[in-house]
Design a protein around this ligand. Structure first.
Ligand code: ATP
Ligand code: MG
Length: 391
């Protein structure tokens, strides 16, 4: 019996616009994600995508695990693909679904018949399958309102598909369908979650990380790689740009008032990130900021940061509590990496008494001590490229 994966489109099924393009993107994303699992053939029909392994011995458990992280999918199931013959369907349903049916008490059967030439109607398929399974699994009863499991029989062009429980998909929109944005990633808890959230809305991610050796170590950068690897299981592979930031930070430290270090540093980060983003055809920046979390994330400090941004800055965590962010980071399995000890360039130069309500005029005045354009140009030019993929 051949086993396949039946995938139901998510939100994109609701979008009248360019449905075809969205589906193509989704298939492309899945194909890439499954590349190292095996060769799959994808067929799209009626907001369902069939992923069929082309060789024997493909690890379908691993494929299911990966499909579960692809955005743009509402739900999916493993299914048996069998001949369109009622006897074969019944025997296959019994054999294929036995492990699931033996652990539940009630069920119902749903039938979908897109091949209208099939001799039985949908209600007839339901009745026959239901009756047959009741005879084979006498402990079961039919419950049409609240069944433990729904057995679905789909009669499509090439095959009949039989499946039991549906697995919830990752939701969202296919990565890339909303364009490309640059994630400013530190080694903390917030920024990986912010990247995950925006990728879920269909943005392809590139990432920018500022490193200040020798204040920050090789290990700190490796941590960022690990975090991005985990995010990339959802977002697809990520082009990371590591920016040398030591010189900029030292110059800020030597030439600007301590109370304003962080805001100036963040403005410098935004400027450099924007340069890298533009070069890589990204249209927005993404940060893990949340109002009030730290001194650099007051409304006034954010206003100072935003003042140097021409691109929109997406801050998906802006109104979230830390525990809400932590819950997501646990779900996407970045939390345990994020809490490993590390130095971030932000923490290395944290002022003792940061100004929480800086004004743009004051910050601009302080920045006059720096050759801003030159520093930004230099940092962006010396970006080091690393391609990150979780699989
Ligand atoms: P995180 O948990 O994401 O590190 P945070 O709460 O520690 O966030 P900050 O250190 O103030 O907050 O940083 C705010 C945001 O600035 C981060 O979410 C991230 O987007 C960006 N950022 C901070 N440090 C770096 C860095 N070294 N490289 C790139 N971006 C950074
Ligand atoms: Mg941080």
């Amino acid at each position: 019996m051949k086993e396949i994966i039946l995938i139901k489109n998510g939100e994109l099924a609701l979008k009248g616009l360019n449905r075809r393009t969205f589906e193509d993107m989704l298939v492309k994303n899945m194909r890439r994600r499954l590349e190292s699992v095996g060769k799959f053939k994808f067929t799209v029909a009626q907001s369902t995508i069939v992923a069929e392994p082309e060789n024997d011995g493909v690890d379908l458990d691993e494929a299911v695990e990966r499909i579960g992280k692809v955005f743009g999918i509402a739900g999916f199931s493993r299914a048996a693909a069998v001949e369109k013959d009622m006897d074969v369907i019944l025997r296959s349903a019994e054999e294929y679904l036995a492990p699931q049916l033996l652990t539940v008490r009630s069920f119902k059967v749903e039938a979908k018949r897109s091949d209208k030439k099939f001799p039985l109607t949908s209600p007839e398929i339901c009745r026959e399958t239901g009756g047959y399974l009741l005879r084979k699994f006498p402990h079961l009863e039919v419950d049409v309102h609240n069944p433990d499991i729904v057995v679905t029989v789909e009669i499509r062009d090439s095959n009949a598909y039989i499946h039991g429980k549906q697995i919830k998909g990752a939701g969202g929109m296919p990565t890339g369908s909303a364009g490309r944005a640059a994630l400013l990633i530190s080694g903390g808890i917030d920024s990986p979650v912010a990247g995950y959230m925006m990728a879920k809305r269909g943005l392809e991610l590139i990432a920018v990380h500022f490193a200040s050796p020798p204040y920050t170590s090789e290990r700190a950068e490796q941590k960022v790689h690990s975090l991005l690897k985990q995010v990339s299981k959802y977002s697809g592979r990520i082009a990371l740009f590591v920016i040398p930031f030591t010189k900029t930070q030292e110059l800020i430290k030597d030439n600007c008032p301590e109370e304003i270090f962080t805001v100036i540093m963040r403005r410098m980060m935004m400027r450099v990130a924007q340069k890298v983003a533009a070069k890589e055809h990204a249209g927005a920046l993404i940060t893990g900021e949340s109002v009030g979390q730290v001194a650099s994330q007051t409304m006034q400090a954010i206003a100072c940061t935003d003042a140097v941004c021409e691109m929109p800055v997406f801050r998906p965590l802006i109104g979230m509590d830390k525990d809400e962010v932590v819950a997501i980071s646990r779900k996407i399995e970045t939390f345990d990496i994020s809490i490993l000890p590390y130095e971030d360039c932000c923490t290395v130069f944290t002022p003792k008494h940061p100004r929480t309500r800086p004004t743009i005029e004051y910050v601009e005045e302080c920045e006059k001590a720096l050759e801003v354009d030159k520093l930004v140009e230099e940092a962006a030019e010396n970006a080091r490229f690393v391609l990150i993929s979780g699989y």
